[in-house]
Write a protein that binds this ligand. Structure first.
Ligand code: GEK
Length: 244
């Protein structure tokens, strides 16, 4: 089954009160369209994560897709890693996991994808060669991020890799403002109205908290990663590749 790409118009009509953003049934229905029109470079990162991941996936190891949503990263990795790997796709939204189950296919000769409905802060990470956090860490409370990164580091085999994609903030306020405007222009160019942009911003402002690239790199180094390089950036969205 392929994903039906339902057009995201969740914030198209004025609301008296804008609730905090949640990955619920309504969002799940439009998720593929929402993320593609909201995150610059998202569609490009997916095959590249498959390519990067396949270089570091070790035989008989686990590959983690943390905050898997509808399984896009898992599906990109599946044909590229050896079939004796197990891909652990984890998300704590039951609506996401339910829909993901309809999308993800396990075929003979390909690495199996195990879907897990759980909070990524509470699952064990063991015997991993590749861990992917594709736009997920930004939804974890900032004071809990270091512990999660440490758990990932500890669960990686030597030579293993973490791919961490995030929306980023800039330490300089003027620079931050310029990139925020650029991102809003990107959304406008993709068909979102000013009302949609503003209501979504209100919904997400206390839910998605962006760190800067130096903050991410310092956290990764502190956890023990020997390198943490930005390998991709589109406006204020980037991805880091960190090696154990
Ligand atoms: C993709 N990686 O398509 N535990 C588990 N899952 C969580 C948690 C948590 N504590 N917090 C948030 N999530 C995907 C896109 S979306 C990014 C990732 C976005 C899940 C949440 O339910 C959602 O599915 C995902 O993280 C974030 O490549 O929408 O900007």
């Amino acid at each position: 089954m392929s994903l039906t790409n339902i057009y995201d118009d969740i914030y198209a009509n004025p609301r008296n009160h804008v609730d905090s953003f949640k990955f619920d049934e309504e969002v799940v229905q439009v998720f593929t369209d929402m993320i593609a029109r909201s995150v610059p470079g998202y569609m490009l990162t997916l095959p590249l994560i498959g390519l990067l991941g396949s270089q570091y996936a070790q035989p008989n190891s686990k590959v983690y897709d943390l905050g898997c949503s509808l399984g896009a990263v898992s599906l990109s990795l599946q044909p590229q890693v050896t079939p004796d790997c197990t891909i652990m796709a984890v998300d704590n939204s039951s609506a996401m996991i339910e829909k993901c189950r309809q999308v993800v296919k396990n075929e003979v000769g390909k690495a199996p994808i195990e879907l897990v409905e759980a909070d990524i802060r509470s699952i064990p990470i063991r015997d991993a060669s590749v861990v992917v956090l594709n736009f997920t860490l930004q939804f974890i409370a900032p004071d809990q991020r270091a512990e999660l990164i440490q758990t990932i580091y500890d669960g990686l085999r030597p030579g293993g890799a973490l791919i961490l994609s995030e929306k980023v903030a800039f330490e300089d306020a003027a620079q931050n403002g310029r990139f925020t405007n650029l991102h809003h222009n990107f959304k406008r160019a993709n068909g979102y109205s000013d009302l949609e942009i503003s209501q979504k911003r209100t919904a997400i402002e206390n839910v998605l908290i962006a760190d800067s690239v130096p903050q991410h790199q310092a956290r990764l180094t502190e956890a023990g990663f020997s390198s943490a390089e930005v390998w991709f950036q589109a406006l204020n969205f980037m991805s880091i590749f960190a090696l154990k």
